[in-house]
Design a protein around this ligand. Structure first.
Ligand SMILES: C[S@@+](CC[C@H](N)C(=O)[O-])C[C@H]1O[C@@H](n2cnc3c(N)ncnc32)[C@H](O)[C@@H]1O
Length: 314
């Protein structure tokens, strides 16, 4: 079971789910989360106010559990969920079975998601929630298999199919049969995060002045005698200095523009999966490698070589 933290950090669905986790819990909640080495899910719950001790982190990797212990999750357990869940005492308000696997039980019998869901159903508080994520890409009828795991004691609140590096599926289950408020809450988060910065929403926003895509105050390219370089300036801010005038011209032409890039050669392990894929971004200023860009989907920044640029979008 491999998991790419970098990719998840960029995932809108992850952001949606993290917000939702906070809405399923209060500071007094007890939770179980299958977490990755970034401990993103448990950190989200700590920010919500949960006591670290009341968040049990599960992972089959002992280093991740060591890390969880250091963060105060002292009831965390190493091992595959199906082997460790039966030993956990008490009831839980949230059980986040964030697997990377298919809904089929593992051949050697260590992992059986169906067993995990049944165990969870038995250990939820009255309004408790179980969230289960699967990859659906490598198996027939994955969603049907996942749905067949839902016992009578749980109600399906919401299901979403989405795509990361592979097709994924999440089902949100509740112990309470009154699931509409929870579903509405999820849908609201989903819509807000998905629409964040979308063109349609910007166009539909009345009464708010939209920023022009190019700052009117780019003063252009000038020669800086002191640094002996061509510089691109905005007001009194220098966005980059180049030895060659053509490079400065290029930056002044592209600054604040929306571009599409194709991720080129990348030897960094965590970034290999992006190679050859297209991403949308806006040029911010000169970077160390090429240009510093703002990734549209993820809302963070990256430094990309100029040759990765595929097209100017406006
Ligand atoms: C999808 S990631 C968890 C991501 C995390 N919830 C987050 O939002 O960042 C799953 C992690 O748990 C491990 N894992 C997957 N299935 C597991 C299982 N059934 N029992 C224990 N660990 C599991 C994987 O190796 C991986 O490190």
């Amino acid at each position: 079971m491999t998991y790419n933290t970098t990719l998840k950090k960029r995932s809108k669905m992850k952001r949606i789910m993290n917000i939702f986790l906070t809405q399923c819990t209060t500071a007094d909640s007890n939770a179980i989360v299958i977490d990755a080495d970034s401990l993103m899910s448990s950190k989200t719950l700590i920010r919500r106010g949960l006591t670290p001790e009341n968040i049990i982190v599960l992972n089959n990797n002992k280093d991740i559990i060591k890390k969880a212990y250091k963060q105060g999750h002292t009831n965390s357990v190493v091992g595959i969920s199906t082997s460790v869940l039966p030993y956990l005492p008490g009831l839980y308000d949230l059980i986040y079975l964030d697997y990377c696997g298919t809904p089929a039980a593992n051949k050697n019998g260590y992992w059986n998601p169906h067993m995990d869901v049944l165990w969870s159903a038995d250990r939820l508080t009255e309004n408790g929630v179980v969230i289960v994520t699967f990859t659906t890409g490598h198996i027939d009828n994955a969603i049907q298999r996942a749905n067949l795991m839902i016992p009578n004691s749980l109600t399906l609140v919401k299901e979403v199919s989405y795509c990361e590096t592979t097709p994924m599926y999440v089902m949100i289950l509740s112990k309470s049969p009154d699931v509409k408020p929870l579903r509405d809450r999820f849908n609201l988060i989903y819509t807000k995060v998905k629409n964040h910065k979308s063109k349609l929403v910007q166009q539909m926003t009345i009464g708010k002045k939209r920023k022009a895509s190019t700052p009117a105050y780019v003063t252009g390219v000038s020669w800086n005698k002191v640094s002996k370089a061509w510089q691109v300036c905005v007001k009194n801010k220098t966005l980059g200095r180049y030895k060659k005038r053509e490079d400065a011209n290029l930056l002044s032409k592209f600054i604040s523009k929306k571009i599409t890039v194709i991720w080129g050669k990348d030897h960094r392990k965590a970034f290999k999966q992006y190679v050859g894929h297209e991403f949308k971004c806006t040029v911010v200023k000169k970077g160390k490698t090429g240009w510093l860009v703002h990734w549209e989907e993820e809302g963070n920044f990256g430094d990309i070589p100029l040759k990765w640029i595929k097209e100017l979008r406006d």
